[in-house]
Each structure stands twice: as C-alpha cells, then as structure tokens.
Design a protein around this ligand. Structure first.
Ligand code: HEC
Length: 476
C-alpha cells in the first residue's frame, strides 16, 4: 500500500515534469491542459503585447482572453512558422542579442495543446499581473530632446514610407552621448526608427529640396549622406541601451541628428512627430562607439567599368558608382549571390586595425533580400558566427545589439554572404514583371551592407576575453 502510494506520487511528478517540458505523450485530458490565464497569457505578455495592444503598430490586440481565443489557430500558425514575433535572426548562429524575441519550443507546444483542448480560459486567479508599459522616457528625462519641426502627414492607405527628418542640435561644443531613447509620435503608424549623425550638411540639402517635412530615402539616410555614427534604433518593445562602460557616441558640435522613420499606413489619415532623446555624459568618455561596414567585393574588371562609366559623365567614381557595377541582379534570378570580405584590404574595408569590442550589427538589404550571413574570422582563422538571417524581411530590419559585446582581436576580418530573389515568385518584389536591379537607395534599387558597431577594446576587455576562452575556463 505504502509502496503503491509512493509510486503514484512519482508518476504524478513525472507527468507534471513532462507536461511543463513540452511532452504530450500522455494526452491532453489530464491536469496539464494549459489554460489561458495560467499558461497562455504569460506567453502573450512576453512575446506579443508590446505590439498587439490598442494604439500600437500591430493590427489587433492580444490583451484579453477573448482576443486570443478568437484567433487561436492563427496565433499558432504564425508562431510555428516563426513569422511572429518578428525576429528574422537565426537563433542557431551568432548572438545572443538584446531584446531577442524568440518563442521556445515549449512555449509553442503550450499554445498547440491549448488549441487542441479548445482554448480553455481557466481560473482568472491564475492570471499574471497585467503588464504596465513604460510611459515616456523610462530612463528619466533626457538631457536633450529633439523633435520633428512639424508633424508629418500620412495618407490612410498606400505603400509604406521611409522618411528621413533632419534634427539640428545647434550645440556650442562637442558632447558625448551615453544613451539614446525614442518617443514615437504616433505608435499606430511608426513601425521603426533608425538614427545617425551627419556633420556634412548633405542631409539638410536633401531636406531643402523636398517641400514636405523630411525627405524620402529607403535605404538609410539618402544619397551621399556620410553618416558619422549610427545611433541605437527603436522598434516596438526595444529597451533603451547604454553604451558599454566609458564608451559613447561623439556628437560633434553643430552636427545634425537624422532619424529615418518607417511608416506603415493605418487605414486612417494620421500625423506623426517622433522625438529622440539624448542622454549626455558630463565627462568626456574614453571610447567612441564607431560604425564599420562590410561591402560586396569589387573585382578589378568591375572597378574598371565603374571608372569608364564615370569618365564619360566627367566625374570620379564614388562608392555608389562602384557598387552599381557590382550589384547587378538580373530579372528572374531567384538566388543571386553576393559575397564580401574585408580580408584583402583596399577600398572595400580592411582587417581590424586594433582589438575591438563588437557591440551591434545591422544587416542591410532592400525588398529583394533573401538571406544574410556575417562571420568574423580571427587571425588564427577561427570563425566566429555573428549573425544569420534566414528569411530576410525588409519590414523588420533593425540593429541587433549583442547581449555581451564580442571581443575581436586586431587582424580579424569579416565575411558576408547574402542572396537576393528577383523572381516574379517573390511576393516582396516591387517590380512586376521583375526588372534588372542595381545598387542604389530607392525602393527599386538594392543594397547589401553589413553594418557593425564597435568600440576600441581596453586591457580589461582583453583580460575578460582570455578568461572566456574555453582553455582559460579550465584554469579557473
Ligand atoms: C514587434 C511588433 C510585434 C510583435 C512583438 C508581435 N507582432 Fe504580430 N504583428 C505585428 C504587425 C505589425 C502585424 C501586421 C503584419 C505585419 O506587418 O507583418 C502583425 C500581424 C500578426 C498576425 C496576422 C498574420 C499576419 O501575418 O499578418 C498574427 C496572427 C500575429 N501578428 C500574431 C502575433 C503573436 C502570436 C505574437 C507573439 C507571439 C506577435 N504577433 C508578436 C507586430 C508584432
């Protein structure tokens, strides 16, 4: 009898263990049937509600039982296909990244079993506390808030817009930015925001040429705008990010801050005036966060063609002219490959000239992008995976900030491999039928850049990196 009771308890433990571990071998009728309040709501809170709540960019709310119940099979479908939450980066290569949005297999299994059991509500007493969403400026009032001079008006319907706004700083001296945050003016239409600084005045010129506020630039900040530094970005649910210890972004005196806002029409006429908040350091910071680039390789032949083309026009070829000879995607081509490496040196980048901490990466392609992989190769040829995007989605491009900066020694080079789909079968292809596509920054042009953010490494970083090395671990 006693033995029996113990065996029963053991079996129960086993069942509970298996239930939470994701196994459903014992059927779904038992005590481990997931309920909305106890099991599903926490998943939706963790992964969905940043966007799926009233006034946000997603088309419907997922705050209440009824919302989730009605769409239960859609929810399962999009998470199984890993279309939602939007997180194009692979979880098996590179990273881990900050604010990563990836459902575990166990979470997906919970949703599956909840659907199989006909979406039971369960006991509201089991429900998690409703989330409170950060209000204005969760890090406190910024030292400088820059806002669009006048609101930008958006039509109710039509294509997404990518618009750059120039925000003059007019500061009398250089300042160090230690953190950046954003306040989207209208969350129903602001899909994401990227930011950078310009000291050349070129962005102002582009702004002056365009009658409405700001100017349109699909790929970045517009033709010929030399970005001094890329700043952190905003997407729904991203948290403001401090630069690593004693590092920051240098904001030269007189620089303009540029924000590029991706607008997604809401079905109503809308207005937006998005603001960026800068947090300054009182002390000058020892390390500047810098931006580097990996471009496609240019062959000798392509370089000669670019020179010849420019000679006819009477100018000297810039980067874009070279690239127009390199990135030439024929119509109908479904798997056009582009490779880039900074190993050889020359115009297209060179191996790292010093030890650095890699803090973030931002793969960049347009609508035809298909996949993108960036690897760092150390001087001893060790390959360090940085990021892979298996299903590129221009709608959800962004900066991927590494949770732990990655130490890369002097002499490291980057390798980029990307593919483009210019076939009629690509639903994102802006041209029907497909046309020849070259490098450029309009919607019908393409780009392929591995943008990365780094700071010079200190002795402390070097020491830490040695102790993180597997051979170093054994010694602790
Ligand atoms: C970062 C914002 C964001 C997060 C987080 C997010 N969604 Fe979405 N979701 C959207 C947007 C925006 C759309 C509209 C379609 C689009 O733009 O891709 C959408 C559309 C959908 C759709 C409609 C199907 C479709 O492909 O259009 C479903 C279903 C959905 N989301 C479920 C979820 C679930 C479930 C989660 C959490 C596990 C989630 N979403 C997390 C932004 C988000």
């Amino acid at each position: 009898m006693t033995r029996y009771a113990i065996a029963g308890t053991l079996a129960a433990c086993l069942l509970v263990g298996l239930g939470t571990g994701g196994g459903s071998a014992f059927g779904t009728e038992g005590a481990d049937v997931p309920t909305y309040h106890r099991d599903v709501a926490p998943i939706l809170q963790r992964h969905c509600q940043d966007c799926h709540r009233p006034g946000e960019v997603a088309p419907f709310s997922l705050l209440e039982y009824d919302h989730a119940r009605r769409r239960a099979s859609d929810l399962l479908l999009v998470v199984e296909e890993r279309r939602m939450p939007p997180w194009p980066a692979s979880k098996d290569f590179g990273g881990p990244f900050r604010d990563e949005r990836i459902l575990s297999d166990a979470e997906i299994d919970t949703l599956q079993r909840w659907l199989d059991a006909d979406t039971p509500e369960g006991d509201p007493a089991d429900a998690p506390e409703p989330l409170t969403f950060a209000g204005d400026w969760p890090m406190g009032e910024p030292d400088l808030i820059l806002t669009m001079a006048e609101p930008y008006a958006l039509g109710a319907e039509g294509d997404d817009e990518f618009r750059v706004f120039v925000l003059p700083t007019d500061l009398p001296e250089d300042r160090w930015i230690r953190a950046v945050d954003f306040k989207p003016g209208n969350r129903r239409v602001v899909h994401h925001v990227i930011a950078g600084t310009d000291t050349s005045g070129r962005a102002r010129e582009l702004d002056a040429e365009d009658e409405t506020p700001g100017y349109s630039a699909v790929g970045g900040f517009g033709d010929g705008v030399p970005i001094r530094s890329f700043l952190p970005i905003w997407v729904p649910g991203s948290t403001p990010r401090d630069a690593p210890e004693d590092a920051g972004y240098l904001l030269p005196k007189g620089a303009d801050v540029l924000i590029q806002v991706h607008y997604h029409k809401s079905g109503k006429v809308e207005e937006d005036a998005t603001a960026i908040g800068l947090y300054f350091s009182d002390e000058p910071l020892g390390r500047e966060v810098r931006t580097g680039f990996v471009f496609p390789d240019v062959s000798m032949f392509q370089a000669m063609k670019a020179r010849a083309a420019m000679q006819e026009k009477g100018g000297r070829p810039g980067l874009n002219e070279f690239m127009r000879e390199v990135l030439v995607i024929p119509p109908g081509e479904a798997n056009y490959e582009v490779k880039g490496s900074t190993r050889q040196g020359g115009v297209m980048g060179r191996p790292l000239g010093r030890d650095v901490l890699l803090t973030a990466v931002m793969p960049h392609m347009h609508w035809l992008g298909k996949d993108f992989t960036l690897t760092a190769v150390l001087p001893d040829e060790t390959r360090v995976p940085i990021i892979r995007i298996d299903r590129w989605d221009f709608n959800w491009q962004g900066t991927y900030a590494l949770l732990e900066p990655v130490f890369l020694p002097e002499g490291t080079w980057f390798e980029m491999v990307a593919h483009f789909d210019n076939s009629a079968e690509n639903p994102n292809n802006p041209s029907h039928p497909p046309v020849l596509v070259r490098w450029g920054d309009q919607t019908n042009d393409e780009m392929c850049i591995g943008i990365f953010e780094f700071v010079p490494a200190t002795d402390a970083d070097r020491a830490r990196s040695v102790s993180r090395d597997p051979s170093g671990d054994a010694a602790d």
